[in-house]
Design a binder for this molecule. Structure first.
Ligand SMILES: *[C@@H]1O[C@H](CO)[C@@H](O)[C@H](O)[C@H]1NC(C)=O
Ligand SMILES: *[C@@H]1O[C@H](CO)[C@@H](O)[C@H](O)[C@H]1NC(C)=O
Length: 391
């Protein structure tokens, strides 16, 4: 005889979601887990955040080791209420996100409750990236490419789920601070060029939901002679072509054959995927998905040329050749090589080893005679290389 349970009873048994009714509240749940005492005390000392939480959320709870690993947590950060509040909101996802269904090897993102204008201008709240590794572990990635692995997953409480992580998520900052901190010797030419051309203020700082493709220093070094004496308007055109406003596109959202309108009006960039590599026009993405307060930045191996929108990668090459015709003799790359525009990066207050040197104008025509120019001058019309920045 077949035994069947009538639908109605099944609904009674399982349809009313009795689990959440039975689940303990946040504090009880945290106290039942080992090594969460720092996070638990933060929850109780920040009732404005945690006593009014919406239903159906996910909380990332860094364990005690994670807090202890941030050297200045106890001495500096924990006393800064605004910052602590932003950090905590950045650990709360506005929906229930179980770790189980994320496919192995794939990444996805979620908004967080961090919407405070001073920390995030991303539509829907600042984001976190989740990646399931081949060994089934889930890694969360936050600002400055800081990561934390989920060590205990999908703990249920009456408001949703808790994921215990072994790292404290870092709130993403703007392009300048992020590049200075995470890539001080790799992306300084791009950063300096944005300052030199005025685009840092005019464009980058004012654009919300932005995707930026930042060429590595070696790409700019290789083209150093090309940029010497280039008119500011020309530099701006090139730099604007690296900035895509109106979208925060993570690497897995860059589809083969898709194109994006850049901040350089009328100019698009095209995406090509090949095996595991992503190309923007013919430049290869070297590091992807560095989160910013207003978007995301991908680091690429070449400078994009708005006058060569149709350049495609040559899949037979290990590394792509510049799109620009390389001019002059300054083509050397590497640490210690003269790098365009780095003198334009402002010194931070109290920054050691940083000499703010008013930009010494590089002659736009071939100099005649010799002489070391230590005179200062404001370069008008062209954005020349600055010297003397060894931060
Ligand atoms: C708690 O932390 C201690 C010290 O770091 C560690 O040895 C122990 O394994 C942790 N317990 C759990 C369940 O994570
Ligand atoms: C608190 O932290 C924020 C973010 O790092 C910072 O901008 C602010 O200056 C800090 N405030 C104090 C009083 O240290």
């Amino acid at each position: 005889m077949k035994f069947t349970i009538p639908c109605r009873i099944l609904t009674l048994l399982f349809g009313l979601s009795p689990l959440s009714a039975l689940a303990a509240n946040l504090d009880q749940t945290l106290s039942s887990q080992p090594n969460l005492s720092t996070f638990r005390s933060l929850v109780s000392s920040n009732p404005t955040i945690f006593s009014n939480l919406p239903q159906g959320i996910t909380i990332l709870a860094p364990n005690d080791d994670a807090f202890n690993r941030i050297g200045n947590w106890h001495s500096q950060i924990s006393s800064n209420k605004t910052f602590v509040s932003a950090i905590l909101k950045y650990h709360i996802l506005p929906k229930e996100v179980s770790m189980k269904p994320i496919p192995r090897g794939e990444s996805t993102w979620s908004n967080t409750l961090l919407t405070d204008q001073g920390f995030s201008t991303i539509m829907g709240g600042q984001r976190l990236i989740m990646t399931k590794l081949p060994d089934e572990k889930v890694v969360f990635t936050s600002g400055f490419a800081t990561r934390g692995t989920v060590v205990t997953e999908d703990i249920q409480f009456d408001g949703g789920l808790i994921q215990v992580v072994d790292g404290v998520m870092r709130v993403p900052a703007g392009l300048e601070f992020t590049m200075r901190r995470s890539f001080p010797d790799d992306i300084s030419a791009f950063l300096g060029g944005l300052f030199a051309s005025g685009l840092m203020e005019e464009l980058v700082g004012k654009t919300n939901d932005v995707t930026i493709f930042a060429p590595h220093n070696s790409a700019f070094q290789h083209l150093a002679s090309n940029f010497e004496g280039m008119k500011t308007e020309e530099v701006k055109k090139i730099f604007r072509y690296h900035i895509v406003p109106g979208t925060v596109s993570h690497s897995w959202e860059l589809q083969d054959g898709s194109s994006f309108k850049t901040a350089e009006t009328g100019k698009k960039i095209a995406i090509t995927l090949h095996t595991n590599f992503i190309f923007v026009n013919s430049a290869q993405v070297l590091q992807s998905d560095v989160l910013l307060s207003n978007g995301v930045v991908h680091i690429i191996d070449n400078v994009l040329d708005p006058n060569h929108q149709s350049s495609k990668p040559d899949m037979n090459l290990v590394s792509q050749t510049p799109v620009f015709e390389v001019k002059g003799t300054k083509t050397e790359t590497g640490r210690g090589v003269e790098t365009p525009w780095i003198g334009w990066i402002p010194c931070l207050e109290g920054e050691e080893g940083c000499r703010r040197v008013t930009v010494t104008a590089v002659p736009t025509t071939t100099p005649t005679g010799t002489g070391t120019g230590t005179g200062t001058g404001t370069a008008t019309g062209t954005v020349s290389f600055g010297l003397g920045h060894d931060c």
